[in-house]
Structure formats: C-alpha cells, structure tokens
Design a protein around this ligand. Sequence first.
Ligand code: TRP
Length: 332
Amino acid sequence: MNRIALSGIKPTGIPHLGNYLGMIRPALDLAKDYRAFYFIADAHALNQLRDPAELDRLIFEVAATLLALGLDPEKVTFFRQSDIAEIFELAIILAAATPKGLLNRAHAYKAAVDANLAAGRDGDAGINMGLFTYPILMAADILLFGSHAVPVGEDQRQHIEIAQDIAQAFNRAYGEVLTVPRAVIGETIADIPGTDGRKMSKSYGNIIPIFAPPEELLKHITGMVTDSRPPERPKDPEQDNLFRLYRFFAASAETETMREKYLHGGIGYGEVKKMLFDVLERTFGEARGRYEKYIGDRPFLEGVLRYGAVKARAVGAPMLANVRKAVGIRSY
Ligand code: TRP
C-alpha cells in the first residue's frame, strides 16, 4: 500500500467514454491497491487552450467528473497541477538532465513538425516550447511524487518512457534520487470507437461525453454509423461500432448473447442502439446525478482541490529538497 500510483488528466475537453476506459477507470481501480495521486493537468492544457474562461470551466468539469465516478479525496490525493509550484521547479531542473534529441523524437512534436512540412511550412511553424518540453513537465509530475505506477492510455506510453529515461539520466549523474516509474496501460484507445467508428477523440468530433444528459446521449447513439444490413441478416460483431462499444459496458454474459445475435441474425441496429443506451444509463446514470450536484458547487470543488494540494505538497516538497541538494543548489 506504500507504492504510489500517479496520473494526470488534461482539461482540454469534456471527459468522454474514451477517457473513461483508457485512463479514468484503470486509475480508479489502481487506487484500491496503491497510494494514489491524481491531478488535473492544467499547466499541460496551456499549450493548447488560449481561452482562460474555457480552461477554468474545464478544470471544474474534470474535477466533478472524477468525484462523481467515485474518486474519494480522503483516500486519493486529488489536486490541480498548477497549485504545486514544486512541479514547475522540478521541471526546470530536469530540463538540464534531458537530452534534446529525446524530445526531438517525441511523437506529438514529430507529428506537428511532419504536418508542417507536408503543408510546405517551416517545420516549427506554430509549435510552442510548451509542446516541445511537454514530456519534461510530465516527467516532473511523475518524479516529484516518487511514482511507481502511472495508469495512462496507450497514447501516453512514450511519455512514460521519456520520464524513465530522464529519471535514469538524472540518477546516473547524481545517484539514486528519483524512482523510475512504469506505465500501466488501460484499454487501447484505438479500440474504443467513436460515433463514426474511428477511435474516440475530441479532434475527430466523434465523442460521447460520460455525463451527457439522457436526451443528448440518445442523440449521440442514434447518430452512430453502422452499415445498412437489415435485422435478419447475420453481422460481424467485430466490425460494428455499436457492438465494439457495447462490450466495454455490458456484463460478459450480455456481450456473449449479443455476439450470438449478430452472428446468427435476428437483431437490428435500432435495437442494439437501445441496448447500448440502456447499458450506458445503467453504468453512469447515478453518477450523473452526483456530477450535476458537484458541477453546481464550485466552492466545494475548490475546497477539495486545495485540500489535495496541501497533501501533495507535503510529499513533493521533501522530494524537491532532495533533488536540489543532489544537484548542488541550496534549499530554502
Ligand atoms: N499527458 C497526459 C495526457 O494527455 C496527461 C498528463 C500530464 C499525465 N501529466 C501526467 C498523465 C503525468 C500521467 C502522468 O493524457
């Protein structure tokens, strides 16, 4: 129980089912066996968002979402990244131990450069240093708390590897100061279909928010893309978005029954949509009520985050002091 799990969620969009399966659910599960530190990565969001009011709103939506899904702020240290000055300070110290080439190879940066080059622009056009140094800030999040396990979606695997590399480079230079973390990967995001069948992602505009009100949820599901096979025709469940989403939320017996119906024919997509709606309602209906209560109570949410920040700094400050000492700068 003294092993530490840590993860961050970036407040750049309303939390959706892909976030839930990819990171939130595995993180809440892990919190049963680990000392968990979960936080809202608002400093990371700054690279993407330029609208302060939007950032402010999203921070509280993420906070309300996690609490509604059962995060217990007494058991989990739940905080807002920007409340922890030690994270920023550690990021600068780690930057000095980070080979630039490591960041040149980071997928997000490389993809942005490739997109620029493909469009005939300068490779670094529109790319800010926050994007380039994103993995250093993330390493600081992870290493400040001595994290052992980092539950994340598959898309974050390389970031954890970079954090490992940075920790090892630091330790080679200064001794065994930092804990080398390991990734705990949830459901592969690529396997979680959005409403159009591509992976669920805000950038594709195909998400289903976790706490959409019932009418909106129904609209998302009704709009999901399927082929046009009539009910009686057999269908390949693995090729159908509805089934591919249903199986994550249905009990395994329900999934098997559904699979049989696809294979043998006799169920239409309209009926599957209804069953998908029901299973999502069953999973999130009650939590949605809690979400709505929390989202209307900012002072409560703010209090929870500040309480978490106090607990987080109690762990982070001594670690930062060790790091400062190790590199030879005085403590204050
Ligand atoms: N980069 C993560 C994401 O986009 C969010 C994040 C920030 C994070 N800091 C972290 C995840 C530290 C795990 C650990 O999803």
